[in-house]
Design a protein around this ligand. Structure first.
Ligand code: COA
Length: 198
């Protein structure tokens, strides 16, 4: 992940438009979105087939909604989410962890009517131009759920700053998902989002 930030507003006026895409358009852009994911996250290459399978599966979840910026074969950024439901792996794991740390009512409050943001990535070439903020605020706008929840690396990353600036707070921190991997934070906010950017 690149943390080098272009001068504020340097290329903001040339930042690509974002548009909503349906499931078919999502599948058509899947290769390009995975390339952007890989450039932004720099995951081990052996994780990419699994990531593709997960993203394909997500398109069948209720309330699936996706936005993309850039061209079909050259995706500058994308974001998508869906309505969380029992039986979905991430939903069940987070629901159980929130119940364990804060009680059943706490878990229900955050998870029973939640919009779950699964992915938000901007290609390093397009970062720092306001695209990530536009993608997630557009994705969440008009959602009927009571809350928005997501997980992100538990570190001082640009993503963490962005989510905090949108009013999201840590629901879990130092959290390790089943199967190992790094520590995550689960963050959430009531909907609609209220930007805390001054
Ligand atoms: C997180 C990410 C999507 C942000 O997209 P972006 O287009 O670069 O971000 P924006 O230009 O819209 O900036 C939005 C906010 O992010 C934070 N931010 C962005 N770049 C930052 C940087 N280099 N350092 C610190 N904070 C930063 C700031 O809070 C910024 O708000 P501000 O401009 O009002 O200060 C992008 O950095 C990315 O794809 N990172 C790698 C993948 C990733 O971490 N995805 C999220 C997984 S949960």
């Amino acid at each position: 992940m690149s943390h080098v930030r272009p001068a504020f507003g340097a290329r903001r006026e040339t930042a690509p438009q974002i548009r909503e895409i349906d499931k078919r358009a999502f599948f058509r852009r899947l290769d390009a979105m995975l390339e952007t994911y890989a450039a932004a996250m720099e995951p081990p290459t052996d994780q990419m087939p699994g990531r593709r399978t997960i993203m394909e599966r997500h398109t069948a979840y209720p309330g699936f909604r996706a936005f993309v910026a850039g061209r079909r074969r050259n995706v500058a950024g994308f974001a998508y989410g869906f309505h969380g439901e029992p039986g979905q792996w991430w939903h069940d794991v987070v629901h159980a962890a929130l119940a364990e740390t804060g009680g059943a009512e706490h878990a229900r409050t955050w998870m029973d009517d939640a919009f779950e943001v699964a992915e938000l990535h901007v290609h390093p070439d397009s970062q720092g131009q306001g695209l990530g903020r536009r993608l997630i605020t557009t994705l969440c706008a008009g959602r009927t759920e009571g809350t928005v929840v997501l997980s992100t690396l538990d570190a001082q990353t640009p993503a963490r700053n962005l989510y905090r600036s949108l009013g999201m707070t840590d629901l879990l921190s130092g959290f390790r998902f089943p199967g190992g991997g790094p520590l995550y934070a689960v963050m959430g906010a009531r909907l609609p989002l209220t930007s805390r950017r001054s």
